[in-house]
Each structure stands twice: as structure tokens, then as C-alpha cells.
Design a binder for this molecule. Structure first.
Ligand SMILES: *Cc1c(COP(=O)(O)O)cnc(C)c1O
Length: 430
């Protein structure tokens, strides 16, 4: 399999764009490789510029629930384009998508659209602060909420503590209001509430997908809800990744825990740049121009993006059983790969939620970021490179979640398991 075209394109891009990519994880640096430059996608497949074909388990990092070039989404986009790309004035398409999302999420009575998950979360945090008149926020180590200043805070230790910025360029003053807790550890959250009486919100990925797939325990989420209620703190579910992937009706429908604010992205745009945040009326009423909390966007609610989102979500809503069908495939894939790994003496932890799947080369179950970090990164890099050579495109980092689209068939799953067996064997035979 030649990669000359990708290598050449990457070389040129590195001269023009920092690291050759417009989002760091795409660079393949954590698996020690170089990125494939993609020419096109179709259904379950990606084709790179050298003409190699891969079954795609990345799906643009989540958005493409129906695979590449889904007919109805493509048609909706082309139809919308014919009416103009953007107006900066309201369109019916925004209310149509709003109505659809509100019908799917119990906790959302009103919604605002933005252009990315980062923007959705950043705005939701501002809204929570404006609503509560408080400054501090609690986030969990290993959860990713986009790259805005106050959320770009990593784990120092597992202990709850005021955060340090994890990127140069973020003033410590900005992040001193960000308290860190450990995922699935309620004591660490209690410590945050003991340290601060000024907590506006707790933000969590209820089904974490950015430290690999690590769902929160139900019990933990229930206790989190209780703590927030006792302290007059808002609970934000960041479902930018899990929304419309883990279930049709949000993590709330799986866990029984009701958030105050939900943030959405990825699938909501069907492959176009869309993010959103929503809550009950009383909270959303604080948002400008109804209320004093400012938030805006030139391309927010873009009609072409709304059309893609509407086509995608209406298709999901009308075929809600898709999620369980995709989950069966995700489970078959994970169980099959785990079996092949164990035949080679490789310990593998697996999990799925709807169309999301995750695995760690780890002897112990993974409950938080520290556990995830104890996984075998070298083995993952070998696995990733081996699967690419076999024609299977997995996320190029062990801290990412995999995605099944409706274009991926049972036969493709079986092919993937057989390929993984060859790769595991090659790895263990040195
Ligand atoms: C992807 C992601 C974001 C950021 O969304 P962008 O569209 O990349 O800005 C935020 N939160 C979660 C949970 C995500 O998975």
C-alpha cells in the first residue's frame, strides 16, 4: 500500500499550517505515524489520495452517524445551498431543527445554535455563571469540553484542586476559577464544594469519550445531581459527543439523571459545523437579547448547516431503533476483538454505548483518567498502524472513542475482527 501521495501532501501542509493540520489530533503524532490525506468518503469507506480504501471507524470524530455521503443529508444540503449560503437573518430552518432537538431532549425547552462544540460549551458556562451570579466551575480530569480558556485545564493529581492552565497562552487568572475533580469519584466533588461556595456549575461528559470511552456510573451521576441541588449549582451535561450517539434522547434517558444545561455538537450538524446548548426556559431567558448574558455568532444557525442537521436528526428520530442496531454491531466488534486479543495474551478492556465503542489495552477496568493513562500506549500504536495497513481506519489516539455508522455492515465487522486477529498475532510474534 503506497502512501506517497499522503506523505507529499503532509510535507507541503507542514510548511503552510502548524504541524500540517487544523486540529492537533489529526497529525497522528500519538501513534508515531503520519496522517492520511483523504480524497473522498462514501458510505462506510474513506479513500486516501493514493487510492487506498479504509473502513472508517472515526466518522469525522463522531458527526457522521449515517456514514459518508448519506443520500438524504446530501440532498438536503444541496437544496439549501441553492437558496443562498448565509443571510445573518433568521430562517425557518433554525426553528425546525430547534423543534426537533427539543422533542428529543427532556431537559431542553429552548436552544441556541452556534458553530462548534467549543463555542456551545463556552457559552453554556457563561450562561451558568450569569444565571447563578457565581464564578467557579468544576470539571473532571480527562473530560474534554473544547479549547476555550477556562476549560483547558488538565489533571495535576487526582485530588480536587484549583486548576493550572494546561496550555501556554491561558493566563492562570482565567483558570483559577476552574476546580478539578476525579471522574466517578464523588468524594473529589464534595471536596470542591467544601473548598468553594461560589460554584456556578459542574460540567461533565456523562458518557466520557475523550479519555477513551469511560461512561460515568449511574450512582455517581445521581449523587452529583444531589450535590448540585444542595448547593444551588447547575449541572451541565456535555453531550457534544454522546448526544444522538449513545441514545436518541440523551444520557438523561439512560441514567435517569436530569441536567440543567445540555451542550450538543458533532451529530447535530450531520457533518456541517453546528453546536448547540439548551436548557429550561427560565435559564435560557438569561441569554441575550432576552436577558443580559451576551452570546452571538455571524454564522450561527447557518441555513445549510441547519439543513444537514435536520436531515440527519429527523432520520434518526424516525428510526430510533438504529441506536440499538448499531450497539449490537459495536458489541460484536468489541467482543470479537477482545477474544482475538486474549488468544494472543493481550489484556483488553472494552465498552460500548449505542454507536460508540472504546477499548483499552489494560489489565484493569478503566473508571477515570488515571486508569486510562495506565493503558499500553505502545501496543495501541502498533495496533493502529497494523489496522491501517489492513484497511481499517481507527482513531489515531488511545484516548479517543470509535464510532459505528449505519453504513458499517455485519460483514465489515467480521472482516475487522479477522484483521485484528492478524494484527494481534503479528504484534505478539514481535
Ligand atoms: C468534540 C467535543 C467538544 C468540542 O467540540 P468542537 O466542535 O471540536 O469544538 C466539546 N465537548 C465534547 C464532549 C466533545 O467531544
Amino acid at each position: 500500500m503506497s502512501r506517497d501521495g499522503s506523505l507529499k501532501a503532509f510535507k507541503e501542509a507542514q510548511d503552510l499550517i502548524p504541524g500540517g493540520v487544523n486540529s492537533p489530533v489529526r497529525a497522528f503524532s500519538s501513534v508515531g505515524g503520519t496522517p492520511l490525506f483523504i480524497k473522498e468518503g462514501n458510505g462506510a469507506y474513506l479513500t486516501d489520495v493514493d487510492g487506498n480504501k479504509y473502513i472508517d471507524y472515526v466518522q469525522s470524530w463522531g458527526p457522521l452517524l449515517f456514514g459518508h455521503r448519506d443520500e438524504s443529508i446530501e440532498k438536503a444540503v444541496i437544496e439549501a445551498v441553492k437558496h443562498g449560503l448565509s443571510f445573518g437573518a433568521p430562517t425557518q430552518a433554525e426553528s425546525d431543527l430547534a423543534k426537533l432537538v427539543i422533542s428529543m431532549f427532556d431537559s431542553i425547552e429552548k436552544i441556541r445554535f452556534v458553530s462548534s462544540g467549543t463555542e456551545a460549551v463556552m457559552s453554556a458556562i457563561r450562561l451558568a455563571r450569569g444565571y447563578t451570579n457565581r464564578d467557579d466551575i468544576v470539571k473532571f480530569t480527562g473530560c474534554y469540553h473544547g479549547h476555550s480558556d477556562s476549560l483547558l485545564v488538565q489533571a495535576g493529581s487526582g485530588a480536587a484542586t484549583f486548576g493550572n492552565p494546561s496550555s501556554p497562552g491561558v493566563p492562570a487568572d482565567f483558570t483559577k476559577h476552574t476546580l478539578l475533580a476525579e471522574y466517578n469519584n464523588i468524594e473529589s466533588v464534595k471536596k470542591c464544594f467544601a473548598d468553594s461556595k461560589n460554584i456556578a456549575c459542574v460540567i461533565i461528559e456523562p458518557i466520557a469519550g475523550n479519555m477513551g470511552l469511560v461512561p460515568a456510573d449511574k450512582e455517581f451521576l445521581h449523587e452529583l445531581r444531589k450535590l448540585c441541588d444542595e448547593n444551588g449549582t447547575l449541572l451541565i451535561f456535555d453531550e457534544v459527543m454522546s448526544g444522538f450517539r449513545a441514545s436518541v434522547n440523551g444520557a438523561e434517558s439512560i441514567t435517569g439523571v436530569k441536567p440543567d444545561i445540555v451542550t450538543l455538537g458533532k451529530v447535530i450538524g450531520g457533518g456541517m459545523p453546528v453546536g448547540a446548548f439548551g436548557a429550561r426556559r427560565e435559564i435560557m431567558a438569561k441569554l441575550s437579547p432576552e436577558g443580559p448574558v451576551y452570546q452571538a455568532g455571524t454564522l450561527s444557525g447557518n441555513p445549510v448547516a441547519m439543513a444537514a442537521g435536520y436531515a440527519s436528526l429527523s432520520k434518526l428520530k424516525n428510526n430510533a431503533k438504529i441506536i440499538s442496531v448499531l450497539n449490537e454491531r459495536a458489541e460484536r466488534l468489541m467482543n470479537g476483538m477482545q477474544k482475538e486479543a486474549s488468544l494472543c495474551g493481550i489484556p483488553m478492556q472494552i465498552d460500548t454505548r449505542g454507536s460508540m465503542f472504546g477499548f483499552f489495552f489494560n489489565e484493569k477496568p478503566v473508571k477515570n483518567f488515571a486508569d486510562a493513562c495506565n493503558s499500553d500506549a505502545e501496543l495501541f500504536a502498533k495496533f493502529h498502524a497494523g489496522m491501517i495497513n489492513e484497511g481499517f481506519y481507527f482513531a489515531c489516539s488511545l484516548y479517543e472513542t470509535g464510532f459505528i455508522s449505519t453504513a458499517i455492515t455485519d460483514e465489515m465487522i467480521e472482516d475487522t475482527i479477522r484483521a485484528s486477529a492478524r494484527v494481534f498475532k503479528a504484534i505478539t510474534n514481535g
